[in-house]
Design a protein around this ligand. Structure first.
Ligand SMILES: [Fe+2]
Length: 183
């Protein structure tokens, strides 16, 4: 597997860990506890900053090279590219909603907040599961060395502010909880 695909797969593994944290928060609300709004807004911030702005554009470049090489999974590729266009707005909306709840400018029932969190998790999960299950295997078996050179020339490497070498201060708490999850 090309290193770019290994890295993208790792991004999905990392994102799944964050979705697990969000699930725990939705679970707290479901059982009468309080959700950690700041934790959730930090997770949304990371998804906006990394998944939406760095991870998805990298996949877009690969999907375009793949489309030029193969007609397989044409509708899946189209749907995923469209989701890459739509997901940033979903993330911004989710983060905005959490910010409004934190600032008391939105008042949601526990059930409403739980539903919003669950809807966000489901959209993220459905997207990454389709990529992992349907498209990544096809990409890995279709693209050759020359294709990967073309991809390499079109993607930019960016560091990951949560799972990379340098942790962004804002994500210290999320990082600590992810580390505990692993233990
Ligand atoms: Fe992805």
């Amino acid at each position: 597997m090309h290193k770019i695909m290994t890295d993208l797969h790792q991004d999905h593994v990392n994102l799944a860990k964050l979705l697990k944290l969000l699930e725990q928060q939705a679970g707290l609300l479901a059982t009468g506890g309080d959700a950690d709004l700041l934790l959730m807004t930090d997770i949304a911030d990371y998804i906006r900053r990394y998944s939406d702005q760095i991870h998805h554009p990298k996949e877009d470049s690969i999907y375009r090279v793949f489309s030029a090489r193969s007609d397989a999974a044409e509708s899946v590729v189209g749907a995923l590219l469209a989701e890459h266009q739509d997901l940033p707005a979903t993330t911004r909306e989710f983060q905005g909603l959490l910010d409004n709840v934190i600032n008391d400018s939105a008042i949601l029932s526990r059930q409403e907040l739980q539903d919003k969190i669950t809807a966000f998790i489901d959209a993220q999960k459905a997207h990454l599961n389709t990529e992992e299950a349907e498209l990544f295997p096809l990409i890995n078996s279709t693209l050759d060395a020359a294709d990967w050179i073309a991809v390499e020339q079109s993607v930019e490497e960016h560091s990951d502010p949560l799972f990379g070498h340098q942790l962004m201060e804002r994500y210290r708490n999320v990082h600590r909880l992810v580390m505990q999850q692993r233990a």
